[in-house]
Design a protein around this ligand. Structure first.
Ligand code: MN
Ligand code: MN
Ligand code: MN
Length: 301
């Protein structure tokens, strides 16, 4: 078994500098050796150098910011992820902002068309060109993957390969009004923090997998935004929201998905080492590494 680390130093899907430094710091924190310790052969592909798109030649489309840059980078990420997945490797993509998931999930679906997506996040990231209030594309990748909302020609490479019934969310607590409507109209299953409180994380993960993967036979892509965790657990991120997953709840999700034996791709996104004090940054990097280890089979006993 081989895991390939795809480092994506990219911040163009949102306005706060520093999230592009996430992958470098996660690797410097020892992630590669830690995964190797678990018995994986680790292939390090990155940190990817993405072609620059000058801001002067990348004016907003509607209110979408850096659209050409985000499109080109995510298309390159899709290529990287699909080429590794096609060789039977497990791509572990380190962000970078969550717009990158447009690339990672496109790449996974091109190799495993039946893949279901477990999206762990405080946010739904499902705004369309019409519904976005911020114009930050990290709040939009899911709508592009589903093919909902008006088409943005710049993103025509993104094929709408994800079906709404193959997507499930865990951890939501900051969902825009327009996004709530989109979730409802498309019948998308979501377990917010309310459901985590009500049922407990064990039951929530079971219900989430029952929805997207009832026979436990489909490949799983886990896209984990570190802001799903409570800010007291993972402070160094660009859009923290209080009332999030505990340290154990976050790890439990990763452990339970590893146990299915169906994980084919993993994203760890939105780690921003330039936000918060040094101790908080160290804490966030350590948590990021341990989430990845849990998803790759680390057990407590
Ligand atoms: Mn590569
Ligand atoms: Mn988020
Ligand atoms: Mn996100």
């Amino acid at each position: 078994k081989t895991a390939t680390i795809v480092g994506c130093p990219f911040s163009g899907g949102q306005p706060r500098p520093g999230v592009d430094k996430g992958p470098i710091h996660l690797v410097e924190a020892g992630l590669i050796d830690q995964i190797a310790e678990l018995g994986w052969k680790v292939n390090f592909d990155g940190h990817h150098q993405f072609e620059e798109v000058d801001a002067k030649v990348d004016p907003p489309i509607g209110i979408l910011k850096n659209p050409r840059l985000v499109s080109r980078v995510t298309e390159a990420v899709a290529q990287a992820v699909s080429s590794h997945a096609r060789k039977g490797e497990l791509p572990v993509t380190l962000g970078g902002d969550h717009s990158l998931a447009m690339g990672t999930i496109s790449g996974t679906l091109s190799v495993y068309p039946e893949t279901c997506v477990v999206w762990v996040d405080a946010h739904a990231d499902i705004n369309t060109a019409e519904s976005t209030g911020s114009g930050n594309i990290h709040g939009m990748p899911v709508s592009f993957l589903l093919g909902i909302g008006s088409k943005v020609p710049e993103f025509s490479w993104v094929k709408p390969l994800l079906k709404a019934e193959r997507l499930v969310y865990i951890g939501l607590r900051d969902v825009d009004a327009g996004e709530k409507r989109i979730l409802r109209e498309n019948n998308i299953k979501a377990f917010s923090m309310h459901e985590v409180d009500k049922y407990g994380i064990g039951k929530v993960v079971e219900m989430a997998l029952d929805h997207v993967n009832p026979n436990r036979d489909l490949p799983i892509h886990l896209s984990f935004d570190v802001d799903a965790l409570d800010p007291s657990v993972a402070p160094s991120t660009g859009t923290p929201v209080r009332g999030g997953l505990t340290f154990r709840e976050g790890h439990y999700i990763c452990e339970a998905i590893y146990e299915t034996g169906l994980l084919v791709a993993l994203d760890l996104m939105e780690v921003n080492p330039s936000l918060a004090d040094p101790a908080s940054v160290q804490q966030t990097l350590a948590v990021g590494c341990s989430l990845v280890r849990s998803a790759l089979g680390e057990t407590l006993l």
